[in-house]
Write a protein of this length. Sequence first.
Length: 465
Amino acid sequence: MGITIENLRVDDLHANPHNPRKQVGDVEELASSIRSQGIKQPLLVTPTGETDIDGHEQYRVVIGHRRLAAARQAGLATVPAIVEEMDARREQEIMLVENTQRSDLTPVEEADGYQGLLDLGMQVKEMAEKTGRSDRFVRRRLRIARIPQETRDMASDFSQLTLDQLDKLAEFESDPDLQRELARSKDFEWTYRKLSKERDGAKWVEEADKALSRAGIKVESFSGDKQYWNWTPRGYRYEQTIHPGDGAFWKRFTGFEAWPELRVFFQDDCFTLYRPIPPEQLEKAEREKAGQREAKARRGELDRQAREFESIAKANRIAWLKTNLHTLTHERTVAGICELVRVETVGRGSQIPYQPSHGEGVVATLVGFGWSLPITEHSNDHWSLECEENLDAIRRTLDDRPMRILDVLAARQEEHADWHAWRTMRGVEDMRAWYDALEHLGYKPSAEEREALKGAYLDKGDDES
């Protein structure tokens, strides 16, 4: 193998397509140095075996890509070069070893360099020895090199991915679809966690299926709209639902003698277990279910009654407020405002009042009170009555007549009142506070309303009441 040093024409030197480092970067400073001092270290090149139209032999650069680029920028016609005949394996080995000593070689470039040597027959151990790396390091880079070009093209800037991100991307080499999804994601870390969970869950389910099959357990599926939270097989009781990654599952599986008597259902990557109910407990459970059905029917009837009652009561309240709000004396208006502010802030029950008031409902109630507002119906331009035109009109009215804030306070209370309030003790307490304020204004509750305020629509057997 002959080695010579020659001054070669820059036009006869070509970048190596297998060079691990794909970008030479900014060579302005190097070009300036070459202009003043020339090239101190010759390039290493190898003949391509081809000539140009004038018969000049052509060469491929092995070491010195940046120097060649700088020489071109400096305007040199020739550069000193060591010419060495070498095979493809030797050529790639030299380029990889030389570039691994540089800090600006990206993980992807280094990985592809190792892959090139692997394709030429070099073993991992030999690559590690040649580059001064560990076997584990080389294998890690080769795993990155196996990321397909199609996947690389999906990333917004594959070359800028960190080593940690490349390792995570390489984890999905057995599932190209997930790997491509991760590559094109905008939020890499969030997508990685999501896909990892899906991958690990699928693996866990596969292993669990095999284990249950070996144990002779038939895994059933829920049918129709049945779910583990709304249905239990007759004669069984719910035991537990085992989720992906639940290590306790395997411990229970290996030491649980009761497995054969359990029924196992699968849905949404979860296994739900049901245990047989002993005969004596089954009879008790049937009685409890009957009681639950009765309680449900009782609550349904109370719901119906409360809904019907509130429909009438609300109509009465709105009609009275519409007629009387604007006729109240100054003293009664002030007293009403003070009372409603108290209702909204501290109430009269055991807890601070809950006020989820929605502006749409408040404005609609003010319209019900007889307020003249610009927008009283929905349209494409006004999908909500809580719009700038209405709010400006309300504020102008309050600027001229501040005491009309009483209307707004009353509207907020009415918007909050509905039939559900009569079905819980907390709701009844809120309604009592509202009716107290109404009575301060002069409203006279009906006999039915007074019964409702005593809790007529509460389920006396309902713990939450």
